[in-house]
Ligand binder design. Structure first.
Ligand code: 5GP
Length: 189
């Protein structure tokens, strides 16, 4: 997606060889016009898979999953990272190492929001080692729902996450693929 690549070059901050900060458009401040374009692109890519629902994990996945769901005309569910007092007792949960925080967190979805057999499209902001996406995939599997694919805004293809999930026969589409962040430079695939 050329518009996204252009914005990444404009506002992306290379925090290290491993981490790109997109706080100006995605991870802290949100650019609504760009996020809407991402939703349109994911909807175009996955409409033929007929998703019933879009699933993401809080917090940065939410705006992108929302615009995707809006374009597809389906609901969006986000996995929570903390159990709240109002949350149902009956949840699917997974323990996921956080790439950026360096800690392990539990992600959870109320089981009634993922009925068996529903067709689920997973959306997230970045993929690095693939732990967040794998956690969401496991929740879909526990629910006996049907995964139709995974849409990622930025795939860092020098890390193994996207490759390892594709090797399982799962469709993964990313809107921008970054081959390297070495020497403070953003290089696309
Ligand atoms: P993974 O679980 O694939 O190792 O990492 C994916 C998760 O970590 C994403 O949900 C995202 O929040 C965060 N993440 C991974 N790499 C980056 C990065 O380079 N920049 C930012 N902002 N977040 C990242």
């Amino acid at each position: 997606m050329d518009l996204l690549k252009q914005r990444i070059l404009e506002v992306g901050v290379v925090a290290s060889d491993q981490v790109l900060k997109l706080d100006a458009i995605l991870n802290h401040q949100v650019d609504p016009v760009l996020i809407m374009e991402m939703g349109k692109e994911f909807a175009r890519l996955f409409r033929e898979t007929r998703p019933d629902k879009v699933l993401t994990v809080e917090s940065s996945g939410i705006p992108i999953a929302y615009t995707t769901a809006l374009q597809l005309g389906v609901p969006m569910v986000f996995a929570r990272r903390k159990k709240t007092l109002t949350m149902d007792q009956d949840t699917y949960s997974e323990r996921v190492p956080s790439f950026t925080k360096g800690i392990v967190t539990d992600i959870m979805v109320s089981s009634h929001l993922l009925p068996k057999g529903e067709r689920i499209l997973i959306i997230d902001d970045f993929i690095a080692n693939g732990d967040a996406a794998r956690g969401l995939i496991k929740i879909v599997e526990k629910a006996e729902a049907e995964l139709v694919g995974v849409g990622i805004v930025v795939e860092k293809s020098f890390q193994n996450g996207g490759k390892s999930i594709r090797e399982r026969g799962i469709r993964v589409e990313s809107l921008a693929r970054i081959a390297s962040l070495a020497n403070g430079q953003i290089t696309f695939d």
